[in-house]
Design a protein around this ligand. Structure first.
Ligand SMILES: C[S@@+](CC[C@H](N)C(=O)[O-])C[C@H]1O[C@@H](n2cnc3c(N)ncnc32)[C@H](O)[C@@H]1O
Length: 236
């Protein structure tokens, strides 16, 4: 069964019971020699492809001394990898349990990550980042609790409306429309899946002067995922 169908069927009581049973206690997740413990209230990277695709993507990037933000860090394994690659890392989330567990993982892996509780960029005012990585919630439904914030972006895509309004002030290096047309990438990236309404998300981005440019397309376990670089139209 395709992974996305599994996720859709999470509302199926039997599958939900099975998943709840598996995630009744914190579960380990590892990449290279980095290991995190994922609390049941935190986005499970084991179940989806997006975290692993981003980890592979980041592992190819030159990050030494770069300022790096993982917006909505969940388990924070991407942040830990960025730190291992020499970046100065900030990991933010609205899930306090995720941040507590990441603080512990950061000590256990001997990697430095600044953990910040923040609704999008609310508590990150005045900061600029060379790299921003986002694995967003994208199912259009109102989240009922913190755990669901990892999956649902609001009935009317409120997460993306707020994100694209706030984002331009936090990207260090903007890419001008000319450079964009010539194929230059920004260093802000977002992953989306074929299972989400990319057209709608793209139209919200454009309304806010933001262009999404696909830089990676990958098909695994029958599911297509895309990484977009994020460009502010008000390029320097
Ligand atoms: C799909 S998960 C991705 C987690 C992690 N980045 C990864 O790739 O494994 C989305 C994350 O965004 C967080 N999130 C959702 N809405 C947020 C908001 N308004 N501000 C900050 N974080 C948010 C969720 O709590 C969750 O940890």
């Amino acid at each position: 069964m395709k992974l996305r169908n599994i996720i859709k069927k999470i509302t199926n009581p039997f599958l939900k019971a099975g998943l709840d049973f598996y995630y009744r206690k914190p579960r380990k997740y590892a990449y290279q020699d980095i290991e995190v413990l994922v609390h049941p209230e935190v986005f499970p990277p084991h179940l989806t492809l997006s975290t692993k695709i981003l980890l592979d993507f980041i592992s190819e990037k030159e990050l030494q001394n770069k300022t790096f933000l993982e917006l909505g860090c969940g388990s924070g394994i991407i942040s830990l990898l960025a730190s291992k690659k020499g970046a100065k890392v900030t990991a933010s989330d609205i899930n306090k349990t995720a941040l507590e567990y990441l603080e512990k993982a950061s000590k256990e892996n001997n990697l430095e990550v600044a953990c910040v509780y923040s609704n999008l960029f609310e508590n990150l005012q005045g900061k600029h980042f060379d790299f921003i990585i986002i694995n967003p919630p994208y199912y259009p439904k109102k989240p009922k609790n913190t755990k669901e914030e990892a999956w649902f972006c609001g009935e009317d895509f409120e997460y993306f409306k707020n994100l694209f309004q706030q984002l331009p002030s936090f990207i260090s290096a903007r890419v001008s429309p000319k450079a964009l047309a010539e194929g230059q990438e920004s260093n802000s990236y977002m992953i989306l899946s074929e299972d989400c309404n990319i057209e709608k998300i793209n139209s919200i981005a454009l309304e806010n002067g933001i262009q999404l440019k696909m830089v990676l397309q990958t098909k695994k376990s029958g599911e297509e995922n895309f990484i977009f670089s994020i460009h502010s139209e008000n390029g320097l």
